[in-house]
Design a protein around this ligand. Structure first.
Ligand code: CMX
Length: 462
């Protein structure tokens, strides 16, 4: 016990945390205390694992994998979540329905609070209600933006894509980075995780004000509601967007921000945050790089593309049409050399449970919405068409096939904006790993590359 206490003291000292050392499984400990207490043990675990098994060969890699986007190469450490091709995502061992059942909810709410998922991703523990309320309050207290960041957003032309504005504003928060300042002063590498935690908490806390301001500037009157310090994160984001009065929309945001957080380490946004972070760039710079990756149409921007595609379909063929008409429309998309947005996945080989969670929400709240009905009809037809088409390894829908239809139902109809909401949530998934990367002293990431001539030489010798 005294060893645990002394390592806890060392970790807290190392993080510059002015907190008391309470035992980490306590349901009253703060998030930073909980984390500080876990770090020494995890450091020892990884050290022992590397010492005993570090030399073992894990898998062989084929040339197809090298030229094929590194699919399936097991080469990353990601503590928060694991994706199974059949089952889908588990966050620290919990499925989405488990999270819906076990994570704390807002008073009167039924969906989990993303604050709870952030806590779970970072610590592997389900927080108490009080811990989640305290985290909501802490994020609300840190939410204000520096004036120059507000002005920067306000000066963006409304024609600049919301994701570009989002990443620009997150990059500008670098000005406030505790990590960058501590590094410049010569911080000991054992202490890196402390300012990384502080920056992560700050940047997450400020995202509703950034995301909301971008939305209000581009699509509304530019007026931004103040953060309500007695409310949770999803309420505050909804309220700034202009939907705070709509309890169902706020519930949707709680679900949305929970399920979009994390999808293990290899997806573009998560991998980017980790890669850029490995150069000891601040959490702000690492996150903004991740957001730039999320803004690609094969990744997060697919939610924007899906709504556009569904709306075009509705405008072309109408609603309440036959399965045959939808089938023809799907073939038209494929034959024009485009992908069916919202379908397929690099890892999943079944319907994405994040799609199912949103479908359950729609069945509960908007079963008669014509757009939801159209999405449901496409769901029954597209897998067959994509299978017949014969290219995609996964003909089933992913998370992006459903989110836009829910948002448009409540009046958030600006599809160009949808990826920003994905980005707010993704921050809650990638920053916990960055904190662990720093706590575990993960090195600069630097895989080996060759030109094609060299690869030819290598494989011909095999
Ligand atoms: N429609 C048509 N063709 C598709 C397809 C789709 N939805 N999904 C995959 N294919 C095609 C690929 O373009 C590829 O074609 P080529 O051989 O001509 O290049 C072929 O099928 C094989 O692809 P795959 O191995 O099954 O899929 P990948 O791992 O390469 O790519 C993904 C995965 C998601 C990029 C792809 O399925 C896709 O483009 N889907 C549509 C866009 C989308 O929904 N993206 C969101 C993913 C979730 C997220 O990250 O947010």
């Amino acid at each position: 016990m005294s060893a645990v206490r002394s390592s806890l003291r060392a970790a807290l000292k190392a993080s510059n945390a002015n907190v008391s050392a309470r035992f980490y499984s306590s349901k009253t400990a703060t998030l930073k205390e909980t984390l500080a207490a876990m770090i020494p043990e995890q450091q020892e675990r990884v050290k022992a694992l590397k010492k005993e098994h570090g030399h073992k060969v894990i898998q062989e890699v084929t040339l197809d994998q090298v030229y094929g986007g590194m699919r399936g190469i097991k080469s990353m450490v990601w503590e928060g979540s694991v994706l199974d091709s059949e089952e889908g995502i588990r966050f620290r061992g919990l499925t989405i329905p488990d999270c819906q059942a076990q994570l704390p909810k807002a008073p009167g709410g039924e969906e989990p609070l993303p604050e709870g998922l952030f806590w779970l991703l970072l610590t592997g523990q389900v927080p108490s209600e009080q811990q989640v309320r305290d985290l909501s309050a802490e994020w609300a207290a840190r939410a204000d933006l520096p004036k120059f960041v507000e002005e920067l957003i306000d000066r963006c032309p409304t024609t600049l894509h919301p994701m570009a504005q989002f990443s620009l504003a997150v990059t500008a928060l670098e000005h406030e980075s505790a990590f960058a300042k501590a590094y410049a002063k010569g911080i000991n590498k054992k202490e890196y995780w402390g300012p990384t935690f502080e920056d992560s908490m700050d940047v997450i806390a400020k995202l509703p004000n950034i995301a909301g301001r971008i939305y209000r500037n581009i699509y509304k009157d530019g007026k931004v509601a103040p953060i309500d310090k007695s409310q949770d994160y999803s309420y505050n984001l909804s309220n700034i967007l202009g939907f705070g009065e709509n309890k169902d929309f706020v519930e949707l945001m709680r679900l949305y921000l929970t399920i979009h957080t994390d999808h293990e380490g290899g997806n573009v946004s998560a991998h980017t945050a980790h890669l850029v972070g490995s150069a000891l760039s601040s959490p702000m710079l690492s996150l903004s790089a991740a957001l730039n990756g999320l803004a690609g149409p094969l990744h997060g921007l697919a939610n924007q593309e899906v709504l556009r595609w569904i709306e075009q379909m509705r405008d072309t063929i109408g609603t309440g049409v036959s399965d045959e008409t939808i089938k023809d429309y799907l073939w038209k998309t494929l034959n024009s050399g485009r992908v069916v947005p919202g379908y397929g996945h690099a890892v999943l080989r079944k319907t994405d449970p994040r799609y199912m969670a949103q479908r359950e929400f729609a069945l509960k709240h908007l079963p008669e919405d014509p757009m939801f009905k159209l999405v449901s009809q496409v769901y029954t037809i597209a897998p067959g068409v994509l299978t017949e088409h014969g290219k995609t390894k996964n003909p089933y829908p992913n998370v992006d096939a459903h989110s836009g239809v829910l948002l448009q139902y409540y009046g958030l109809k600006e599809a160009n904006y949808y990826t920003v909401l994905f980005g707010v949530s993704r921050a809650l998934g990638v920053l916990p790993q960055l904190i662990w990367d720093r706590a575990l002293g993960m090195p600069l990431e630097r895989p080996k590359s060759f030109d094609t001539t060299h690869w030819e030489k290598i494989v011909k010798k095999l």
